[in-house]
Ligand binder design. Structure first.
Ligand code: SF4
Length: 239
């Protein structure tokens, strides 16, 4: 299959998006344009073209809160793609995914699992940092279904360009966005599941959850489970 073309079956499995520019009936009978980045996705996309187009995305309101669009990063020939939820505080400042504390833990876990970070593509289901102020701090807020749907065309385009052999959902937001609302990471993590998105698809926890462990012993144990899941990914890449 040509890069840049998402399998039609994968599209069929996607959460439905309102067609570009189609009206939606809002409360009170008024109509509102659907929020979707779809019109911004360039024809014959490449990762650099997509990144450039996404830099000016205003398809949902999150661009007002974030410093910049944080697009995916990695080679378009990567065999594995990791999909997280959204950029965090550090990623928002630097404009790169997985560079904050969770990203460093992710890097270390990849290394323990024998996966070369330089060989993977990393991205998020939502490309702007959603946060709320708490004193001087910016506290992460989970993206909602409208924001995820608005941003989805960017992720679909990334998958279509990279065509990963293995797609890994990191955390519940990514897993439910890509595998369905009923998917439970707690129940189904570390198992390859059937999906048209890629030949092998698997979900595990987001590395930020390891940082929230209540004590050091739990953090070590959960990190070891995370690395064990990544070793399955490593095996799938080799296989
Ligand atoms: Fe566009 Fe996604 Fe940012 Fe919303 S979160 S403005 S859809 S890039």
């Amino acid at each position: 299959m040509a890069r840049g073309m998402l399998p039609s079956s994968a599209m069929a499995r996607s959460q439905p998006l309102a067609p570009t520019g189609s009206p939606r009936v809002a409360r009170g009978g008024r109509t509102a344009a659907a929020q979707t980045a779809a019109p911004l996705v360039p024809p014959r996309p490449t990762i650099p073209k997509l990144r450039q187009a996404a830099a000016g995305c205003r398809a949902c309101h999150l661009w007002k809160r974030g410093t910049q669009t944080v697009f995916g990063e990695g080679s378009s020939r990567s065999r594995v793609m990791f999909v997280g939820e959204q950029p965090g505080n550090r990623e928002d400042v630097e404009g790169r995914p997985f560079v904050g504390p969770a990203g460093r833990l992710f890097d270390a876990s990849l290394e323990r699992a024998g996966i070369d970070r330089a060989q993977v593509y990393v991205t998020n289901v939502v490309k702007h940092f959603k946060w709320e102020p708490r004193g001087k701090r910016r506290i992460h807020q989970k993206p909602n279904a409208v924001e995820i749907a608005a941003c989805r065309p960017w992720l679909e385009a990334e998958i279509a360009v990279v065509l990963p052999s293995v797609l890994v959902c990191l955390g519940a937001t990514a897993a439910q966005a890509l595998l369905g609302r009923s998917f439970r990471v707690s129940r189904e993590r570390g198992r390859f599941v059937p999906s048209a998105l890629a030949p092998r698809v698997i979900a595990t926890v987001h590395p930020s959850s390891l940082l929230r462990a209540p004590d050091e012993a739990t953090r070590r144990a959960e990190t070891a489970r995370f690395v064990a899941d990544l070793r399955k990914v490593a095996g799938a890449i080799r296989g």
